[in-house]
Write a protein that binds this ligand. Sequence first.
Ligand SMILES: C[S@@+](CC[C@H](N)C(=O)[O-])C[C@H]1O[C@@H](n2cnc3c(N)ncnc32)[C@H](O)[C@@H]1O
Length: 457
Amino acid sequence: MTYLSRISRGEIEQNLKSAYDVIKEVDYITDTYILDFFVEDVWEKLPKDWRTYLESLSLAELAQLIDATAAIPKEECIPNSLLNVRESVLRCSLSRDFKQYNVLSNSSNFPLFEHLKDGRFESNFFRGVKKKKTYEIMNMSALIYQTTQQIPVDFVVDVGGGVGHLSRVLAYVYNVKVISVDGNKSFITYANKLNDKIALYMKKLKPGVTDLIRPIHICSMVESNITTEEFEKLIQQGTSYGIVGLHPCGDLAPTLLKLFKTSTNCKFINIASCCYMKLSTDQEAENEHLGFPVSEESKEYPIKLSYAARELACHALELYKQKLILGNVEDLKVHSYRALLELLIVEKYPSRRKEQIKSVKYRDGLTFFEYAERALRCSDIQLNLDEADLQSISEKIDQWKRVVIVYSLRLMFAPLIETIILMDRLLYLHNDVGSCDLIPFFDPTISPRTHVLTATK
Ligand SMILES: C[S@@+](CC[C@H](N)C(=O)[O-])C[C@H]1O[C@@H](n2cnc3c(N)ncnc32)[C@H](O)[C@@H]1O
């Protein structure tokens, strides 16, 4: 698929339903966490011909299989049913080819470039900020700036703005008036401190500058039942505005879509979503404001995605593909260690399934016993591994490649699940706004939630 602005509502609806039909076919894979591999005997749930084919693949071939855009490995052996679902993944998923749309690459007239020439820019604006976040902010701010050039507004509201990194770049670098709203008071306090500090740097960088715009930070939760009037009272700084958000989590993203759709003053929206598992669904919603699905068509179909499937949609197959190609077996074994540990925990404590335990970073030569000891160090779960059935443990560890296969298969479906969630949002907006699109914007190996939803009136 390409960008969606020219695609009709009927086509989006059809694509959404086709994607969902595929996920229903494979929900025994997408709804199962990898840690349940042994507890639920997941391997045996796969069709026999799939198992035979999948076990015949090398790790590099497995990497090829899960990327539906790549050639099919051992094409002559792939079972038809697996081939069909893989083709559906390719046909129905949103493109993740971010290279088609790189706002910064050919835009040397962006004000940001001027600043990047100063070696201190990054260390001032992004001290202590992870590379991933820095990359996202640099790109997202450029996209928002570009939108404000096309659709001038009085100000931009950065909802879920956190400590204000995006707002600060928009204000100080791009001269965009920004209101940043976040529910966390300590973030606002810290954001204001950073604003002061970076304003000093900006004044040094551009002596004599008089028009430095400071972002304004407001501490408030934007709940899913907020009305447009309440929201606009909160942010009253002018008339026309655009809503932006870098990873507004869970229900915040659909709430922003609702505000955009219902307000005549809001002229555009640019959001990159995250934490799909936190969306309230009809099973979990405490009020009528569902986080997913939001479109009438999806509610009617009805489209339902489990927590596990929505969590899966947050993962990038591109990163795991790289790991498979690298083929570091010890590293790949870590999921089988967790699955085996889950089995041993459940055997002793049947009521403590999927309990949060310490995550253990892989290091060379890590054995299962070392892994288990570290994972349970801060837990009251006590497994006497000295007396465990060593042969059974070793047989399970020997199945590590099957665990890798199931993990990989799950990831193959991740883009399709994300497509369902995002297209549902697109349908919700379609007809009521001027244009709306889902752009493959971020490099998924850096930022797994690749797409930015952008819409204008
Ligand atoms: C994943 S963080 C993203 C922060 C920031 N945009 C960034 O990219 O660094 C989500 C932020 O949204 C805020 N948040 C979540 N739900 C919110 C709500 N309903 N109303 C206001 N803020 C919210 C959180 O406090 C958090 O700072």
